[in-house]
Design a protein around this ligand. Sequence first.
Ligand code: GLY
Length: 567
Amino acid sequence: MKKICSLFLIGLLAIQCKNIQPPKSVVHKAQGLITENAMVVSARVEASEIGSQILLKGGNAFDAMIATELALAVAYPFAGNIGGGGFMVYRLADGTTGALDYREKAPLAASKNMFLDEIGDIINGKSTLGGMAVGVPGTIDGLFKVHEKFGTLPFSSLIQPAIDLANKGVVVTKKQAERIAIYKEYFYKVNGTKILLDSVWKEGDTIKYVQLAKTLQRINEHGRDGFYKGETAEMLVNTVQKLGGIITLEDLEKYQAKWRKPVEFTYKDLKIISMSPPSSGGICMAQIFNAIEPFNLSELGHNSEKTIQLLTEAERRAYADRSHYLGDPDFIKIPIETLISKSYVKKRMESFSWDNATLSSTITHGKIAGFESNETTHYSIVDKFGNAISATTTLNGAYGSKVFVSEGGFFLNNEMDDFSSKPGTPNMFGLIGAEANSIEPGKRMLSSMTPTIVEKNNKFYMSVGSPGGSTIITSVLQTILNVYEFDLGMQEAVNAPRFHHQWLPDVITMEPIGFDSTLIKNLQQKGYIIKQENTTIIGKVDAILRLPNGKLEGGADYRGDDTAAGF
Ligand code: GLY
């Protein structure tokens, strides 16, 4: 593996960073960055280094989270953001756990049928592109909530590296140049004017984010109000309203991130701590883990026919429940305890057979009494004090709604598409929603983001998460299983080929490499529909594992420019 960044010495400690090349043998013998004390793994080397520097200066994982998230907003505008939202799950050194929901909200003027035409059909593109697609952003409020509760260094010292990076500029990578080329046409179409990224940016060019630096400076000077009130808020509202959107200054002023209780469950001798609603990640993952727990997965084999079959059947049932029961807990009642109980899932798996696929058309949500009725980005951080965080943040689609607040230098999300605009009609991830996730003013849209921390023997074991819309949950799940059941190292587990099933559409999506034709043929003979040609990658996992010798191993996904840094 090639080192792409310098080793730089600060005092007696060295921060090392490493970028993973696509592995020749796909999985085996890949090893991620190993460090003694602390680590950050994120989508860009600049952000991982900035976070790691904060840890080296004595900051804790929460200080590093703030610095990393803001650096991603500069270095990774594809998904890193101040115009979106996210979730963070934490585990303190003493074992205390918690979660922060800084997910976007529907504007106060939003209404149930806002994306439907007069005959009740979905208006193509309205929830994904342009002003109406934008939810009220939560990232900046979330970071201030984190700082208030856990920060140890001054906020200004955590935001300054992102301001400096924005002024200095960020070098375009090959993958970034390719992404910009793909989405360029939408930038003009949506904004009706040329925006910063709407040029021919080549690998090696440097993009300076001068307007964004000024916005970050306003946040530095005025705190939360530097985004949610005054100049920045006015720029945001003017841009959105000019493009037909409905966000107001009142929406911004009223936005509040919320501390939540994470979803916690056991799998064999692991304790898994993951995101609660409005994310579906923790509940869905608990259901899948509960469904497969009675089986000996390591004996079935990594990515073997039987393992794929078992996981697919568990996923099919979990995603059917997701669609029916899950939404914003501040608006709907969710039977969480039942959904994640081992007995409920056992019943759901009664129709599973090794002989044939259970068709999704024969599966609906489970019956519970009283309840009849990519882009994103993830980073994991561990500090030298033993605290760990797992955070996933998003604009939803690539560059969100493509709406760019030019004066402020940032993109806005298209998170409104994560609502169920019309029950039974799929969103951009093919996910079908129901009443529980319908649009209401001030409601948060259902998410698949699954920032997760795993404990083994009451000690921190792993911090893991991924972008990838509906495939996030299955990517996180497979990564945990790859380490725990199939004995792969952290980097190997991240590199391993992934597959995904989400109830509807009734297909197993497989990554283009790593699954052989006999395996696929055997599954097809049992009635599974496989989609492999022209599929893209599934998830982009960034994770940290505590090794038996106490050191940390990073898993930075080769599918992106992801990088581990630490000391
Ligand atoms: N916007 C992707 C998700 O939250 O699942």
